[in-house]
Design a protein around this ligand. Structure first.
Ligand code: FPP
Length: 229
């Protein structure tokens, strides 16, 4: 969800103004995805590196997260969405952590789309944590080095209960992954739009999905093999 700061500057406002307007895009995208039957939607809301932003911006973002999560529980319930979170959740301020856990518990019996918030998340942090956990298992004699395979690694990532993403949408035209789901994005289709996040809408979401539907996903095979399969 990139471009909040630039959007605010274009309006002659402070960066935080853009984050507040970004919430509308979060709601529209979440409802839009649930309506068309998307199974899993992950929103990269706050990265490990975002902690390095000015303290006022970090504080404002944490406050906005608390407010949005508590205000939007009704939207989640109305749309049968269950909330999940990935990242170093223990590093979040207590209020944010508690609000998040409450929303996760309240929506846990919903059976529709799973909305996954990536908070204090970065892929390098996640992979480092997984490597340490696996090393401990080997040290304790629970598994052998030979038994380490892609499945074992996937099982130690925060996303172990979710499938790999099919489509990644990045707003604001940046041609980067920015430490997001590096392992999981191996065969994900990328869609980068110049639209800034606060201007992202259902229409922009549909454009991205229509574009995705035209892609041929070969997973390393030839086009002919894909057609036969
Ligand atoms: C990136 O834009 C955006 C963020 C770091 C924060 C996104 C957070 C929200 C939209 C708030 C609510 C979210 C949820 C899921 C409850 P940027 O600040 O990097 O923009 P710039 O690249 O133009 O500076």
């Amino acid at each position: 969800m990139d471009g909040n700061g630039r959007w605010a500057r274009q309006q002659g406002e402070q960066r935080v103004f853009g984050h507040h307007h970004g919430v509308r895009a979060v709601r529209d995208t979440t409802e839009g995805c649930a309506e068309i039957g998307v199974g899993f939607l992950t929103l990269y809301a706050f990265s490990t590196e975002n902690w390095n932003r000015p303290k006022e911006e970090v504080d404002a973002l944490m406050e906005l997260l608390v407010q949005t999560i508590s205000k939007e529980i009704k939207t989640l319930m109305d749309n049968n969405i269950s909330l999940k979170a990935i990242g170093d959740l223990e590093s979040l301020p207590r209020k944010c952590h508690d609000e998040l856990n409450l929303a996760i518990a309240t929506t846990s019996s919903n059976t529709g789309m799973e909305l996954i918030l990536a908070l204090s998340y970065s892929s390098r942090w996640e992979i480092t944590k997984a490597v340490k956990e696996i090393a401990e298992l080997v040290k304790g004699g629970k598994i052998s080095t030979e038994e380490i395979n892609e499945q074992v690694i996937s099982n130690h990532l925060c996303t172990k209960e979710f499938p790999d993403p099919e489509l990644m949408i990045r707003t604001s035209g940046e041609m980067r992954i920015s430490n997001f789901l590096l392992w999981q994005l191996a065969y994900t289709e990328l869609y980068i739009t110049p639209v800034l996040w606060p201007d992202f809408s259902r229409e922009e979401l549909y454009k991205a999905i229509l574009d995705f539907q035209k892609r041929e996903r070969r997973f390393g095979m030839t086009s002919e093999q894909v057609k036969i399969n």
